[in-house]
Write a protein that binds this ligand. Structure first.
Ligand code: WQD
Length: 338
């Protein structure tokens, strides 16, 4: 069964390609390599022993997308990761984000709508909840006004898919709302490759640990949380990748309850920034140089998932603890800096 993975050379995409291949799917990757490299293919081969098909293609090129789907008319499912994901950059360049994240989604849905049956998994985000009023966050929590164009593309993306599914019974879709992905494959053949200064907490910690950065800034210790630092739900990337395969199979095997469904993908446990630092210090045996700074603009106090729906309906549960995920992130950081 042939599955298209857009953005399949990226962080979550590459881990998902590995899980798909491990389960016998034939994978074709589209990636424009704007935030990834073809070398990721070597890592995928090292783990799975199989080279996925790969087409370097810019999904903004409508004609190329049409040609691609004509050429590969046997694609049965699409997992769509390809998107821009830097919150700050999206504020500076909103049109780039709307074109990259919305334009390309529309092109793919147009192609899929013409098929007799299609299965589509969308990378959504817990960012759609903003600062939720109740913790842990269920899928029924209201979607709040987005803080950034990036966040808005995830909300709009969900609406576009939902609207399309309403009038397209042949299209079956699941939006997965990720909490905070982290870590690397246990083989350390693939992992996160942030370009420039990492904006996310975990790669900033591991780069500081390995000596690339002098100091981690902890953004705020005056939040109304147990230790004053902000709380998030850190989900191991391989657990997250597995959720995609389970969601895809649900659609391919016609087990879905409706043709558009939404699931949270998190661990259900909130961890503060200081707890994440402690986890790093524990697994690395190193003291981390950090300093408490002002809050970062746009940050929320707390977000962690109610995973009941994913557990009961998808039959998926995260397996790795924060320490295990952190160990993989640290192993990966040390390997790539060698
Ligand atoms: C985590 C915590 C920071 C860096 C992520 C994605 C975003 C969206 C939502 C994807 C926060 C603190 C961070 C640092 C710090 N997801 N921090 N020092 O903000 O939850 O956003 O989830 O769709 O794209 O990035 O994740 O890793 O940036 O921050 O103190 O140098 O760590 O303030 O409390 P965040 P993050």
């Amino acid at each position: 069964m042939k599955i298209l993975v857009t953005g399949g050379l990226g962080f979550i995409g590459s881990h998902t390609v590995v899980e798909l291949q491990n389960q016998g799917f034939e994978v074709i990757i589209i990636d424009d390599c704007s935030n990834s490299t073809e070398k990721v293919l070597d890592g995928i081969v090292a783990i799975t022993g199989k080279l996925p098909l790969f087409e370097k293609l810019d999904l903004k090129n409508r004609d190329k997308v049409e040609d691609f789907f004509k050429k590969h008319d046997d694609i049965e499912g699409v997992i769509h990761f390809a998107a821009s994901k830097a919150v700050g950059e999206s504020v500076e360049k909103p049109l780039l984000y709307y074109e990259n994240n919305i334009g390309t989604l529309v092109y793919i849905l147009k192609e899929l709508s013409q098929k007799a049956k299609s299965s589509f998994i969308f990378s959504s985000s817990c960012t759609v909840y903003g600062q939720a009023d109740v913790m842990p966050i269920t899928e029924d929590a209201p979607v709040k006004t987005a803080e950034s164009p990036y966040g808005n593309t995830k909300q709009m993306g969900e609406e576009i898919i939902s609207d399309t599914c309403k009038v397209t019974p042949s299209l079956n879709a699941i939006a997965l709302r990720y909490f905070n992905p982290m870590g690397a494959h246990p083989s350390v053949e693939i992992g996160e490759l942030p370009t420039g200064v990492p904006q996310n907490l975990v790669p900033f910690i591991t780069q500081t640990g390995v000596g690339m950065r002098e100091q981690l800034s902890v953004f705020g210790d005056d939040y109304p949380t147990s230790d004053g630092t902000a709380v998030r739900d850190y989900i191991y990337v391989v657990d997250l990748a597995k959720a995609h395969v389970i969601a895809l199979k649900r659609l391919l095997e016609n087990k879905n309850d409706s043709n558009y469904e939404v699931f949270n993908v998190g661990t259900g446990t909130g961890s503060s920034v200081l707890e994440v630092i402690k986890s790093f210090e524990k697994v690395s045996g190193k003291k981390l140089n950090y300093k408490i700074m002002n809050r970062r603009a746009g940050d929320i106090t707390s977000a962690y998932a109610d995973t009941t729906k994913a557990n009961n309906v998808l039959g998926w549960k995260s397996e790795y603890t924060l320490d295990q995920a952190m160990k993989s992130a640290w192993d990966w950081e040390q390997k790539i800096r060698k």
